[in-house]
Design a protein around this ligand. Sequence first.
Ligand code: COI
Length: 455
Amino acid sequence: DALGVEHQAIHIKNDALDHKTKLLSGSKTRFVPLLYYFFSSLHTHLLIIWRNLPGPKMKDFAIPCKSWSSYYNRKQHSAFRAQELCGARDQERGKFIMLDIKITRTTAPKAKPDESNLGFGKKFTDHMFVMDYTEGEGWHDARIVPYGPFELDPATVVFHYAQEIFEGMKAYRTADDTVQLFRPDCNAKRFQDSADRLCIPKIPVEDYIQAVETLVDVDRDWVPHSDGASLYIRPFVFANDVGLGVHASKHYIFCIICAPSGAYYAEGINPVRIYVEDEYIRAAPGLTGFTKCGGNYAASIKAGELAEEQGYAQVLWLDGVEKKYVEEVGSMNIMFKIDGKVYTAATVGTVLPGVTRRSCIELLKDWGYEVVEGKIAIADIMAAAREGKLEEVFGTGTAAVVSPVKELVWKGEHAYIGDGKIGPVTQKLYDTMTGMQWGKIPDTKGWIVPVEKKN
Ligand code: COI
């Protein structure tokens, strides 16, 4: 019996031990997944916390759209907007989501110009967009008002030190009466790069696009109906502090004006003659060549006038250090087709990164052409012409679209290109670019953004 009792006691002890072991191993197997769950879902919890912070949310950046191409573009724009605003939130500026644009319509609409004789940038629409910047307050008071002059103090900074930047874009009317833009996000982004170099406060990409779209929508009737004509859009910012000290202004005005326009060159799509400038320069490393600032253009006028006197449409600028390598034309970038390959200057700080340039390079690559972006010596181009290998030369730009060149003159030597007519690659680029812009061919690249009717 005593043995029996002892056995029982041992059993009970063993059972208790088993139970303890079971308990222990059970809690271990429960603890590990718990830890795993906590760490694996940490990001979700952080996201929930972030979403509940005051300020802009990702969903606020979604903008309704009609087509897939515009969906793609708007998605990109929304991403830009998200970046901008989240950056802005850090600076405690991101309280707004979209600009609140006040619209005051003209009571005296102007007569529309004769579309057969528009010229370039001569007549302006009924309205303009204006927004002010004040240090400490940021960009404010976005408005569309009747087109008209600014009243500015004679000591306004921009008159003296040219703290100013601009952009060039177009709105196109398609056969079904849609009004559309071409890659507006690229212009908006470039505007920011120009602003950065000129010490001008940046405008968020989405605000820039909203301002352009709203003005084009208000002046929709001004978008020309005739073939080859479009509404040229000119956004610009200028410093309007009053005073003669040389420093970044504390006040700016962002303005957008629009001009129904035809071809930039009187020649239209007919090839132009270009003078290769070997005395004056347009840009040098470290300067402002990559920006669209008024000063670049002011400095180019003298050479342009001299070239025009000799019957040349524009000058081709060489690099500012050695005057050996081709850069750009000023109103357009330039490309050379030599022995089957297309060459153009790299955009390394002294050359404007053109939206049309970039689009043409993409198209050329899609079509299987090798495109070389680099240092191209003018001497090599002239030598190629002598050897009969300079097949095509063309400029690319918003205003100029795709513009064939029939002749170059450098230090008295003339290079004649092709038979003086537009070459096949230039023609194909022109047809494709203008085809997409005017909605005659499908936009396979997602570059077109229709302007919705809202106002
Ligand atoms: C443009 O192509 O939009 C330009 O800005 C060039 C201009 C100077 C006419």
